[in-house]
Ligand binder design. Sequence first.
Ligand code: HEC
Length: 139
Amino acid sequence: MKRLLLAVVIAAACVGMAVAASMEDQIKERIKPVGEVCVAGQECGSGGGAAASAEAAGEPRSGEAVYSSACTACHSTGAAGAPVVGQADAWAPRIEKGQETLIEHAINGFNAMPAMGACGSCSEEEVASAVKYMIENSQ
Ligand code: HEC
């Protein structure tokens, strides 16, 4: 019985240490020197690349870039009944409504289509470009 108790205590201590180690990582992440943090208007170290710096500089992303990051999950698969980009049949009746209406629906939402495609970092201009990109590639 004593041994079991000892085992439990050791196990608990190990878990505690693991948690402490991961918290330490998180803290290190938070107190990173400013130089390592990507600041708007500056070149970002690695990874982020051109898209991240374009966004930081306030330049709108291309329709294709926005589509690929914010819309493709539903619009390349048909998830939730989304019209699939590239399927002219699915898009013809929508295109008939006119580009302005489709942009309006993308920005404000339309049935299961979430407003702004649920893209928190997209501007209305970027969503409009994405709609144009989708229309151009679905005719
Ligand atoms: C969570 C899934 C989802 C995401 C993400 C999504 N859509 Fe949609 N979208 C839908 C669905 C579902 C419909 C069909 C709604 C209907 O006709 O009832 C739709 C329809 C549309 C339509 C046609 C509207 C109309 O009036 O016929 C446009 C345009 C559109 N989406 C643009 C976008 C753009 C641009 C993005 C990315 C910024 C995006 N969607 C992201 C699900 C999504």
